[in-house]
Design a protein around this ligand. Structure first.
Ligand code: GLY
Length: 378
């Protein structure tokens, strides 16, 4: 809303996406963020836009459609960021192939392809010969599910592009750590930082795995860190760039490297790396591209995904405390959902209507009793 001031807690890809979307609609926005934090999810991410490839959980109605919409929104935004900021977000649009390395995987992946085709989405089953001729360096596979519209981008470049564009439309950065919400009666008044009170009409909590650390939230936030470790190996010579899932993980090319991910570990805020995880990631690389078996590990890192109990984010207003908004808990899909999250928050805040049916992401789904707000779904 023009005339209102919003403070966003968190300067990762979600925070800047929200800031950009709000400021574009005329809202005054400040992002409170102390600067790079070890273990932060954005720079540690692979950058997958695996809307269909990672759509394992079909129990939640509408989630696949939201992910597909998020992919489209991100691709459109990526192109416009290059125009407005000159930043190239490193889009890789060659599709994603998920290799079936045994009979069970073949059955599951064939069913996923059939299901997505029934929904009108593009997905193909490639047989063993087609897989070998497309990616000759891969291990012998029974076939692969191929999603031509999935892809990846460089998450650090996306964050830089969103930030540059947000600053272009007036978003300010306050390099402080937010400590606590400031609440008077039943209305949020801002956030307390190390430097004092930052007043606001609304606060958007977008601090990733650290979101639940903000003090004076109305109730414990169901967001916990989920460590993901990754390694980088040299991309195999003479192999075309390709994004490949298999053996419980994935490989993607970035510059001259193959990034291999990723563990899912519930170890609190520990963002260190471990030899066991490195061995596990090497086994994934070897199982998908055997020539990587002896490749030297160039880098090994970890990031903390903000995970909710159902793996889906919290996007929208607090059901009881006026002026508190959530844009957090994106789990494995932070990069894919970042731009759409900004659009949902900005539209809800401005018009009360989301641009999509984001009911699956309602923040009150874990504490429905006592809800006061009915969040419109668009
Ligand atoms: N979306 C990939 C991951 O979280 O590892």
């Amino acid at each position: 809303m023009p005339g209102i001031e919003v403070v966003i807690v968190g300067g990762g890809v979600i925070g800047w996406a929200c800031g950009r979307a709000l400021a574009t609609r005329g809202t005054g926005v400040a992002i409170v963020d102390p600067g790079p934090v070890p273990g932060a999810a954005t720079p540690a991410s692979a950058g997958m836009l695996a809307a269909q490839t990672e759509a394992h959980d079909e129990r939640k109605p509408g989630v696949l459609a939201l992910c597909v919409r998020a992919r489209e929104t991100t691709l459109r935004t990526a192109r416009s960021l290059t125009d407005t900021t000159g930043i190239d977000v490193g889009l890789l649009q060659r599709g994603i192939a998920q290799l079936a390395l045994d009979e069970t995987e073949e059955r599951t992946l064939r069913a996923a392809v059939a299901h997505q085709r029934q929904l009108g989405l593009r997905a193909e089953w490639l047989d063993a010969t087609e897989v070998h001729s497309a990616w000759p360096a891969t291990a012998p596979a029974r076939g692969a599910a191929f999603v031509p519209e999935d892809g990846a981008l460089d998450p650090t470049a996306l964050a830089a592009g969103l930030r540059a564009d947000a600053e272009r439309v007036g978003v300010r950065h306050i390099p402080q750590r937010a400590r606590a919400l400031e609440v008077a009666d039943t209305q949020v008044r801002g956030v307390r930082t190390e430097a004092g009170l930052q007043e606001a009409d609304a606060v958007v909590l977008a601090a990733g795995a650290w979101s639940s650390e903000l003090r004076l939230l109305p109730r414990p936030l169901p967001v916990e860190p989920m460590r993901g470790q990754m390694i980088a190996l040299p991309w195999p010579e003479r192999m075309q760039p390709a994004i490949l899932y298999g053996h419980g993980g994935y490989l993607l090319p970035r510059r001259s490297e193959a990034l291999v991910g990723a563990t899912m570990e519930s170890v609190g805020f520990d963002h260190t790396t471990t030899p066991d995880a490195q061995a596990w990631l090497r086994a994934i690389a070897r199982a998908v591209i055997p020539s990587l078996g002896l490749a030297p590990v160039a880098r090994h890192w970890a990031g903390l995904r903000p995970m909710t109990p159902d793996g889906l984010p919290l996007i929208g207003p607090d059901p009881q405390l006026d002026g508190l908004w959530y844009a957090t808990g994106h789990g494995r899909n932070g990069i894919l959902l970042a731009v759409l999250t900004g659009e949902i928050i900005a539209d809800l805040l401005h018009t009360g209507q989301a641009p999509v049916d984001a009911g699956a992401f309602r923040p009150d789904r874990f504490h429905r009793s006592g809800s006061r707000h009915n969040q419109p779904n668009g």
